[in-house]
Design a protein. Sequence first.
Length: 324
Amino acid sequence: MQSMKLAAVVALTLAGAVAMPSSWAEDQTNVAVVNGVPIPQSRVDFVVKSQIQRSQGQQKDTPEFRQQVKDVLITREVIAQEAVKEGLDKNPAVQTQLDMAKQDFVIQAYFEDFIKNNQPTDEQTRAEYEKIKAQQTGNGEKMEYKVRHILIKVDPNAPAAPASYPMLTDPFSAGVKPFVPPASVASVVNANATGGTMTSPSVAPSMSMPSTAPSSAAGGGGAAGCAPDGTTLKISAKNVAFDSNCLAAPANTPFHIVFSNQDPGIPHNVSIYAESSASKALFKGDLVTGIKTVTYKVKALAPGTYFFRCDVHPTQMTGTFVVK
């Protein structure tokens, strides 16, 4: 009942935000107004810029991405207003966390400003490098070498190896298997076939709001390894992430989704859409504020590969929904 109440509040408030007065619509400094509280364009620009930087260029600045950011900011404002109405902002524990968060941002801003205004000269950088090098090498007494070639002494008078030793002519014919690097490091090994230098494999960035990559966990594995196993599906949310990036249900059969929200005080839900643009909803689950577990009843779906997400975190919590 509480989740339905919250869902109704969100729906009504969003409806009010969409039906803005024309004066607001003409004001290009705000992208939306939620119960009289404007959401400035500068906030959208800040989030978009931050996410593009965190993704190292993988996320592009597109109208679709900006709309997703706008939807998230509207939802956050609705929930924040509800929290204030209930007096949660006056809670001593919440106030302490707000004070600490504010202090963290101020400290970070100070360091960034200090670094920006105190760039070292080339001479200072070189001097620091020489200082560290002297410490690590004991002023030149300890040296570290990178081995690129291994040289061995060959005796020109040594007899030739017998042809009956297949290991010396064709080691694979003697049963030696060629080395195949694991998939996780194959790109690193193959890119450095000359030896001597190793690079670190790239790591996909994670983004808090919004993110472009769904979380992967036990029970996921993508659509290729995702198959129905009964009519009761289970999925959890924790740390603003689903524990599986794929769910599967039998075709043309009603089914249940047991959803466990393990994020205290944070609302999540599970909704199913025809595709990733979320333009056509096949099922929309009620919002659930953690910690709480609910069971959704879903009508039968036709065979196909669909898309599911949390509507509160539409770009961070997503996955593939297989029906077959």
